[in-house]
Design a protein around this ligand. Structure first.
Ligand code: AKB
Length: 340
C-alpha cells in the first residue's frame, strides 16, 4: 500500500517544523510542504515534495492537488494576532481568503477521491474576548461556546474560519446536483500559547512566554510586554503536535463537535519568570507593558475547559508546567544554545 499524502501549509513555521519531524519519524504518511519561503534543506529532506508559494495562489494550489492524492491537510499558515493588528486587511486575506482557498481544494479533492479529506485547522484562544480582568478571573476555565467575541482581527479570522470549516463539512453545496458528493472532514482545535525549545515565534501576543525563556537561555535581559499578573493557558510544542496527529486519527463517529479546546497548563508571566530564573540564575526580566498587547492578553481566558477533547478523542497532555520546563524546555534549550 503506498503511503497517504498529507499537505502541510505554513510548513516552515514553529508548528510545521515539529509536525514534519513527528510525521517523518512515524513514517505513516508522506509530507508535501508549502510555505512562502523555501524549505530549509533539513526539512525538505523529510518531505516527498516541498513547494514555495502563497496559499492564495489558486493555480499553485490546484497544481499541488493535481500532483498528489492528498488524504489530509494541516493548514498551519496564518498571520498571528500582533502582526494582524499591524495590518488587519492583510491578516484577513491570509487567514480567511487563504483558508477558503485551501478548503476549496480539499473539497474538490474529497469529491474526486470519493472520500472525505481530513482538514486539520489549528484555531486559537484568540477567538475568546473577555471584557476585563475581573470577568476573566471570574470566568476561569471557559467552554468552547462562551465569550466568542474576539478583540483581534486574528481572533475574528479564526472564529469565522471555524464556521467556514463547519459549513464545508456539513452543508457545502447542500442544494442541487452536487449535494451527494463526499464532503471534506474539518476538525479544529483551539490552541493556547505554544512554547517550543527549538524556535521563537514571531507576530503573536502569547510570545512573551517563549521570548522570556529564550532570552534567559541566551543570557539576554528581557522586557516583558505584559504585566506580571497576566495569565493565559500555554502548551509545550510536543503536546501540540501530539494533539494534531491524535485528532487526525480520531474516530469520526466519536466526535461530538467540530471545534475543541485543548489545554495543558495555565501560567502567569511572573510564574514563567520564576521558573526561568530557577533554570537560568541571573536572568533579568523587567515589566514594560504595552497597553494594547497587554489588553489583548487580558481578553484571552485564564484557562480553557477541554473536557470534550478528553472525552471524545482522548486528549491528555503529557506536560504540565513543571514537566514542560524541567523535562522539555530547559534541558533542550540549554543544549541548543550551548551548541551555539
Ligand atoms: C498568538 O499569540 O497570536 C498566537 C495564538 C495565541 O494563537 N500564539
Amino acid at each position: 500500500m503506498p503511503k497517504g499524502v498529507v499537505l502541510i501549509t505554513g510548513s516552515n513555521g514553529e508548528i510545521g517544523h515539529s509536525l514534519i519531524d513527528r510525521i517523518a519519524a512515524e513514517g505513516r504518511y508522506n509530507v508535501v510542504s508549502l510555505d512562502l519561503t523555501p524549505a530549509p534543506d533539513e526539512l525538505r529532506a523529510k518531505c516527498l515534495a516541498s513547494y514555495t508559494g502563497n496559499i492564495m495562489d489558486r493555480f499553485l494550489m490546484d497544481q499541488i492537488a493535481a500532483h498528489h492524492e492528498i488524504e489530509a491537510v494541516f493548514h498551519l499558515a496564518a498571520l498571528l494576532s500582533t502582526r494582524g493588528e499591524r495590518d488587519p486587511e492583510l491578516a484577513h486575506q491570509v487567514n480567511v481568503e487563504g483558508t477558503l482557498n485551501l478548503l476549496r481544494v480539499a473539497q474538490q479533492q474529497s469529491a474526486r477521491l470519493g472520500r472525505p479529506v481530513r482538514f486539520l485547522f489549528p484555531s486559537s484562544i484568540a477567538v475568546y474576548g473577555l471584557p476585563d480582568v475581573a470577568t476573566k478571573r471570574e470566568a476561569g476555565r471557559i467552554g468552547e461556546d462562551e465569550w466568542n467575541v474576539p478583540v483581534t482581527m486574528y481572533g475574528c479570522n479564526k472564529l469565522y474560519c471555524e464556521h467556514l470549516g463547519r459549513y464545508y463539512t456539513r452543508y457545502h453545496r447542500q442544494l442541487g446536483a452536487l449535494s451527494n458528493v463526499a464532503r471534506l472532514d474539518f476538525r479544529s482545535m483551539r490552541f493556547p500559547g505554544l512554547i517550543s525549545a527549538d524556535t521563537v515565534p514571531t507576530g503573536g501576543t502569547s510570545d512573551f512566554g517563549p521570548e522570556m525563556l529564550h532570552a534567559a537561555a541566551k543570557g539576554e535581559p528581557y522586557a516583558c510586554f505584559v504585566g506580571p499578573e497576566a495569565a493565559i493557558p500555554f502548551m509545550a510544542m510536543p503536546d501540540a503536535v501530539t494533539a494534531l496527529v491524535q485528532f487526525l486519527d480520531a474516530d469520526k463517529e466519536k466526535l461530538t463537535r467540530v471545534v475543541y479546546n485543548v489545554g495543558a497548563f495555565s501560567i502567569s508571566a511572573a510564574k514563567i519568570a520564576e521558573r526561568v530564573s530557577a533554570a537560568f540564575p541571573g536572568s533579568k526580566v523587567t515589566y514594560e507593558p504595552d497597553a494594547v498587547r497587554a489588553k489583548i492578553v487580558d481578553s484571552w481566558p485564564e484557562d480553557v475547559d477541554d473536557s470534550a477533547a478528553r472525552n471524545d478523542w482522548g486528549w491528555n497532555p503529557k506536560f504540565d508546567a513543571a514537566r514542560a520546563f524541567d523535562e522539555y524546555l530547559v534541558p533542550r534549550i540549554r543544549a541548543r544554545y550551548a551548541k551555539g
